[in-house]
Design a protein around this ligand. Sequence first.
Ligand code: MTE
Length: 329
Amino acid sequence: MLIQSVDSNEPLSSEITPRPIYSERRYFLKQLAQGVAGAGLAAWASRQAMAGVAAPGKLAPLPGATSLVAGAMVMEKITTYQDASTYNNYYEFGTDKADPARNAHTLKTKPWTIEVEGLIKKPGRWGVEDLIKWSAMEERIYRMRCVEGWSMVIPWVGYSLSELIKRIEPLGSAKYIEFITLADPKTMPFVGSSILDWPYREALRMDEAMHPLTLLTFGMYGEILPNQNGAPVRLVVPWKYGFKNAKSIAKIRFVEKEPVNSWGRAAPQEYGFYSNVNPNVDHPRWSQSTERRISEDGLLSKKRKTLMFNGYEKQVASLYAGMDLSKYF
Ligand code: MTE
């Protein structure tokens, strides 16, 4: 695994870097040392990481400029589009990892509007095609870690959620943002099942939502999102477990009190509000200290170590300064 954030000079653990790409990493670090920073280098790294994993070109293109947001670029082997789009959790379409790809073709993503409401100066309802234009599209290669112990590396396309938040002008009393997703029993076969309380909901504290890494996501692998990955718009918060990343968002609500998210309601002792990736705080039923990278780590290979805040510690640890993370898990 080859990890390098644009602004980071920290030595990277060779333990988590497989040999075949080690030399590329050294080249990359040499480039950094020579001061070849900025868009050119980021584009180079992005190209290296993307080699051989392009989307099949079936969906509309949605290119984004290589992002320079601190730590947004991860130079690791990217998960293939095939794996990223066929091994999913999207319980509205079934509980098996293959179900969303099999069933989500019924999701109707056009027209699609998002309602933005609550403690803000400019509430409204916007079509997703308008929201796409609110800020420049960026491509960000993020490490993703599911609470179940698997991980992927995905090139997402979108812009920082903070861009949207600034435009709708939250009131001082808005402390949290809730994301409410579509729950349409006509097109989503498992809505109404007892697995979860529908619609699927997630939420962030305002400073987490404003953090530049938090991505309002419209595409992946240079194309619009496939339905099973949360089309037409979803959240990606790379330092948190995957279930925080609400798919197919229909409503964004600004509130004062900490909202209860779907998994927190279903099993509060297992899924906390924060859900930050933390190898030191185990899930009550399994360890969170290691993970398996989908399509790279076979069942018999040694699992790789999970990184604090999924490797984004430098960028986000200050959000949780002074908090007992075993209590606020
Ligand atoms: N969003 C909705 N609406 N419904 C879901 O079931 N599952 C979550 C999250 N967002 C889910 C959802 C979980 S558990 C995970 S791990 C991620 O989506 C998976 O996202 P991916 O399929 O793009 O990897």
